[in-house]
Design a protein around this ligand. Sequence first.
Ligand code: SF4
Length: 126
Amino acid sequence: MITPFLSPPENVSFSYPGINVLDQESCSACQNTLYVFLEKYHHRLKPFLETDGTLNLALGKGVKNFPKETICIGNCCNNSPKNTDGIQVVGCPPTDGQIWDKVQEKQKSKGHLTQNIIESKTDSGY
Ligand code: SF4
C-alpha cells in the first residue's frame, strides 16, 4: 500500500510575545538567524520587554518604515536608504549572538542593568 506525502504547509508562523518582526524580501539565511535568536534568547528578553515594550527587529532589503531603535539584521536591511535610525547587526547573514550583543548594548546605552540576565538551562541547545 502506498501512502502519499502530505503537502507542506503554505504558511509557517511562530509567536514570540513582545517581538515585532518587519520582514520584506529577506532570504532564508537571515530568517534562520532570526529564528535561532528567538528560540535561544526570547525567554531572556523579558526584563528588556518590561522596560522598553516591543522589540522591533527588521530584516530584508524591502523594509520601508523603521520604528525608532529597530534592530536591523543583515547587510541587506542595513543598506536601505530609509534606515537612518536603526541599530545595525551586519553580516550575510549575521549570527544570533551578534543580535543578542546589540540587544544588550541597547539596554546598556539606556542605563538599564544587564547583569540580572540569567543563563537559563532552558536554551534550545543551538
Ligand atoms: S543580508 Fe544576506 S543573508 Fe540576510 S537577507 Fe540579505 S542576502 Fe540574505
